[in-house]
Design a protein around this ligand. Structure first.
Ligand code: SF4
Length: 377
């Protein structure tokens, strides 16, 4: 099964740490939705008739546009693609957009998974990050979503941020556990170039996040969620059994996906492409029936590196069948490098025969993956 990602590039405010592609001006919103529909019509061949198992609305803030816009996009996909009867359709939302009427409308148009961007429950932190919602709105958003009948709900939390004490952190994780939602995603605060946060740090207004604090809070997160019946199926993702994000799982398992909208990425097994990250240029180009993207053909080495990178972040491990599928020399390379770098103590072979990172090393997954990347000679 393949997936479709739709990038809705509008946010009410710019969160200070965020470097995703979005605009805070909604002036071009109607034009953008029409053009996104047009791109879908132009891309009907990309997935070569594969069934669609997941549709994911990300951004930006998809909940900030009316449900009728989202419906138009879902209807277009339904008309042009072979969408599975049990398709997972996720909508990323911000708490201040979650109201009873919106929830009813989202449910009616087929949204069956909500991702709520909560990040923290401390008012001072939400303000410091320029989030558009309050802590009270975040709690209400979860309760309202549950009352509206949504079961498949995930929420995001950020750890390691300036001013987030361990007590605050424990309280944030506990609040989500107590809410009864079955899925939690959590990310370390990172300082991305060009963001307001990077500027605040450079002028000494804010302290840079420290690895030690992030690592400690990550361990707290892992143990609290494990104790409460969550399975860690990826470095940043925890779910009750059977309620993993199918969409994200498909990225990590090498499934093909089509990305629609400015800055969206697509992958078809042999190449990767990404649309221009500029709303005006994206609209103008599609006005002329041209999809503005750049493309990279993947070499065998790049495909191997990707399998290592994504696999090491999941509890499924590095899929050795996929590694061998590129070329058996990569299987030998991986086994040799693990042996030479004495990484056996951090990794184990799981029931599928896949090299898998021990959860206590998940915090260092990207660095360990880099050591396993292919480097000739
Ligand atoms: S709402 Fe999300 S996408 Fe928009 S600026 Fe904030 S973090 Fe970034």
């Amino acid at each position: 099964m393949a997936g479709i990602y739709i990038h809705i590039p509008f946010c009410k405010r710019a969160c200070h740490y965020c470097d995703f592609h979005f605009s805070t001006s909604f002036q071009k919103k109607d034009e953008m939705i029409g053009i996104i529909v047009k791109e879908i019509l132009l891309q009907t061949g990309y997935l070569e008739g594969q069934g669609i198992g997941t549709i994911y609305f990300g951004g930006g803030t998809p909940s900030a546009v009316p449900p009728s816009d989202i419906k138009m996009i879902i209807d277009t996909i339904g008309q042009k693609f072979n969408v599975s009867a049990d398709v997972e359709i996720t909508l990323e939302t911000n708490p201040d957009d979650i109201r009873a009427e919106a929830l009813m409308a989202w449910s009616e148009i087929g949204i069956n998974r909500l991702s709520i961007g909560i990040q923290a429950f401390q008012e001072d932190l939400l303000k410091a990050w320029n989030r558009s919602h309050t802590s009270g709105q975040a709690k209400d958003a979860i309760a309202l979503s549950q009352q509206a009948g949504f079961i498949n709900i995930t929420a995001d939390l950020i750890y390691g941020g300036q001013g987030l004490t361990d007590e605050d952190w424990i309280q944030n994780v506990q609040t989500l556990i107590d809410s009864g939602i079955p899925h939690i995603s959590s990310y370390a605060l990172t300082v991305e170039k060009g963001t307001a946060l990077a500027h605040q740090i450079s002028v000494g207004k804010v302290k840079a996040p420290e690895d030690e604090q992030s690592n400690r809070q990550y361990s707290i997160l892992q143990s609290m969620l494990k104790l409460n019946g969550f399975e860690q199926y990826e470095v940043s993702n925890f779910s009750k059994p059977g309620l993993e994000s199918k969409h994200n799982m498909s990225y990590w398992s090498g499934a093909h996906y089509l990305g629609i909208g400015p800055s969206a990425h697509s992958f078809n097994g042999v190449s990767r492409q990404w649309n221009i990250a500029n709303n005006i240029k994206y609209i103008h180009s599609l006005d002329e029936d041209i999809i503005p993207f750049e493309k990279e053909m993947l070499t065998d080495e790049q495909r191997y590196n990707e399998i290592v990178m994504t696999g090491l972040r999941t509890s499924h491990g590095i899929d050795m069948n996929r590694v061998k599928g590129i070329d058996v020399r990569f299987e030998k390379y991986l086994n040799d490098v693990i042996h030479d770098l004495k990484l056996e103590e951090k990794l184990f072979k799981n029931e599928f025969g896949n090299w898998t990172l021990k959860p206590e090393y998940y915090f260092f997954a990207d660095g360990i993956a880099a050591e396993l990347f292919y480097s000739p000679g």
